[in-house]
Design a protein around this ligand. Structure first.
Ligand code: AMP
Ligand code: MG
Length: 464
C-alpha cells in the first residue's frame, strides 16, 4: 500500500493480545497492518472454503480479500487469529480486487466492537488503516484495511468444501483440528464428532439468541459466514433494528428477505443441517450416522428457544422461571411490532419502570396504544410479585441486560460520511460511547435516540 495511515488502533485489544500498542502505531507497525511487511515469524495464508450463498451452492469461495497473518496466544491463554481484511488479491479473489473501502471497514470496526462490548461473541477489530490507494466500486473510494481478530476462521463452508469433494480424510483432519482448538471436551466423549456437532449447535443457538436480544441483523447468514467457533463474523450489510418488526431487512442484496431479523434462528438451523451433513461420513454406518446427526440437529429449535427465553427473562428482570414467561415476552414484542416501538429504548425504559411510580410513563409513551401497554405493564407487575428480589436490585440487573447504546444505523452512516471527508472525530466519539453500552452517558444521550424520520436508514450495502 502506497501511503498507509493509521485511523485507529484498539489499544485495549492490543494489550489483551500482549501486543505492544506503541510499536503497532509506529511506521513499522503500520507497515504490518497495511500488509506491506510480514512480521518475522509469520507465514500468512488465505483459506479455502465453499458455501451456500442465499441458499445457492457455490463450490469454491475462500478468503478473497482477507489474509491470515498468523495466530497468537492472548493474555487468557486463548489462541486468536490475526487477519488483514482488504490487503489485496489472493488465490480466491475470483473477479474481485481483494480490497476494502473505508466505509465497510469502519462499519465492521464499529459494529464488531459494539457487539463485543454488549457481551456477544464476535470477531474483534484491532486496527483500521487507510491505504492511500483508491478502490473502485460504484464510485472511487478510499481504500482501507481492517485488522480483525477471531478465535478462529473455520466456517461451516470450510467443512462443506472438503465434504463436497468426498474428501473424508480432510473433513476428519479439519474436525480434529476444530475439536482440539475450540471444543477439547468433545475429544473425551464416546463419539467426538457428534460432540463437536452438538457443541457447534449449542454455540450457534446461544449466539443467534443473543443477536435477537439486541436487535442485530447479520444480513448475510450464508454458510461461509457461519463460524464454527460460535462468534459473529463477516460483518457486511449488518444493521440494528430501530423500530421493532420481525420482517425487517436492511441489506440491499437480500431482496427476498431470507435473512430478515425474524428468520435468523431458522436460517441458523438450516446452516447447521449443512454442517451436520458434512460430518456424516465420520459418524459411522450411513443409517446410524443420519439418525445421530438428525437427533442433534432436531434439538436446535428447543435449544434456541431456551437460550432466547433465558435472555428475555434477563431483559424483563425475571429471576425465576414461570410457565407464562414466554407468553409475557412474546406479547410485549407483539405490542411493540403493532406500535412500531423502538426495540432498544422500549426495553431500556422498562428498566426505569422496575421501580413502581417511576418511569412508567416513559415506557408507556413508546406505544401509540397506551391502553394495551398499560395492560401489559400490569401483567408484568403481577408476574414480578413472584420474585424475591428488591426493586433496586432488579433495576440494576435489567440495566445490564438492556443496553442504552447500540450502533444505530444512522450514526454509523454519519461516521462514514464524515470519514470520507477525512473527519474521523465522529468515528472516535461513537466508538468511545459504544464501549459502555449499559451505562447512562448523559453527555452523549443523543446517541441513544432513534433516527428522526429524515435520518432513517432503509438499506445497507456490503460495498465489496
Ligand atoms: P462475504 O459474503 O462478504 O463474506 O463475501 C463472500 C465472498 O466474496 C468471500 O469469499 C469473499 O472473500 C469474497 N469477496 C468479497 N469481496 C471481495 C473483493 N473485493 N475481492 C475479492 N473477493 C471478495
Ligand atoms: Mg464471508
Amino acid at each position: 500500500m502506497q501511503a498507509p495511515r493509521l485511523v485507529h488502533l484498539n489499544t485495549q485489544l492490543a494489550d489483551e493480545l500482549c501486543l505492544d500498542a506503541e510499536a503497532l502505531a509506529s511506521p513499522s507497525g503500520i507497515a504490518v497492518l497495511a500488509g506491506n511487511e510480514i512480521p518475522g515469524a509469520a507465514d500468512p495464508l488465505a483459506m479455502v472454503y465453499a458455501g451456500h450463498q442465499f441458499g445457492n451452492w457455490v463450490s469454491r469461495l475462500g478468503d478473497g480479500r482477507a489474509i491470515l497473518l498468523g495466530e497468537l496466544i492472548d493474555r487468557n491463554g486463548i489462541r486468536r487469529d490475526i487477519q488483514l481484511k482488504g490487503a489485496g488479491r489472493t488465490p480466491f479473489s475470483r473477479m474481485g480486487d481483494g480490497r476494502a473501502a473505508l466505509g465497510p471497514v469502519l462499519r465492521e470496526y464499529i459494529v464488531s466492537e459494539a457487539m463485543a462490548a454488549l457481551g456477544i461473541p464476535s470477531s474483534r477489530a484491532l486496527a483500521a488503516i487507510t491505504t492511500g490507494e483508491p478502490v473502485v466500486r460504484e464510485t472511487v473510494l478510499p481504500g482501507a484495511i481492517l485488522t480483525r481478530v477471531a478465535k478462529g476462521h473455520v466456517r461451516v463452508g470450510t467443512f462443506q468444501y472438503f465434504a463436497s469433494r468426498n474428501d473424508t480424510e480432510a473433513v476428519r483432519i479439519l474436525a480434529d483440528y476444530v475439536i482440539a482448538r475450540h471444543y477439547p471436551e468433545a475429544a473425551h466423549t464416546e463419539v467426538p464428532y457428534i460432540a463437536l456437532l452438538e457443541a457447534v449447535i449449542a454455540a450457534q443457538a446461544e449466539l443467534v439468541a443473543r443477536w435477537m436480544q439486541v436487535g442485530f441483523i447479520h444480513g448475510v447468514m450464508n454458510t461461509d459466514n457461519t463460524s464454527i467457533a460460535g462468534e459473529t463474523i463477516d460483518y457486511g450489510p449488518c444493521a440494528f433494528l430501530d423500530s421493532y418488526h420481525p420482517t425487517t431487512v436492511f441489506s440491499s442484496i437480500d431482496r427476498a428477505g431470507r435473512y430478515a431479523y425474524g428468520n435468523q434462528p431458522r436460517i441458523a438451523h438450516w446452516n447447521l443441517i449443512r454442517f451436520a451433513q458434512c460430518l456424516l461420513p465420520l459418524l459411522g454406518e450411513e443409517d446410524a450416522a443420519v439418525a445421530l446427526a438428525q437427533e442433534a440437529v432436531d434439538r436446535f429449535p428447543q435449544q434456541y428457544q431456551s437460550a432466547w427465553l433465558s435472555g428475555m427473562r434477563r431483559k424483563l428482570g425475571l429471576h425465576g422461571d414461570q410457565d407464562g414467561d414466554l407468553e409475557l415476552a412474546e406479547s410485549l414484542l407483539e405490542l411493540m411490532a403493532a406500535n412500531g416501538c423502538d426495540f432498544t429504548l422500549t426495553f431500556r425504559h422498562l428498566c426505569e419502570a422496575a421501580e413502581p411510580g417511576h418511569g412508567e410513563a416513559v415506557f408507556r409513551d413508546q406505544f401509540a396504544d397506551n391502553t394495551a401497554s398499560s395492560e401489559w405493564l400490569a401483567r408484568w407487575r403481577q408476574r414480578l410479585t413472584a420474585e424475591a428480589r428488591g426493586e433496586q436490585d432488579r433495576k440494576a440487573t435489567m440495566r445490564r441486560a438492556n443496553p442504552a447504546f447500540i450502533p444505530r444505523n444512522h450514526r454509523v452512516e454519519e461516521v462514514i460520511a464524515a470519514a470520507l471527508l477525512d473527519d474521523f472525530e465522529p468515528f472516535e466519539k461513537l466508538s468511545r460511547v459504544l464501549t459502555r453500552p449499559f451505562e447512562d452517558q448523559p453527555d452523549f444521550a443523543h446517541f441513544s435516540d432513534p433516527p428522526q424520520p429524515d435520518q432513517v436508514v432503509h438499506a445497507t450495502f456490503c460495498g465489496t
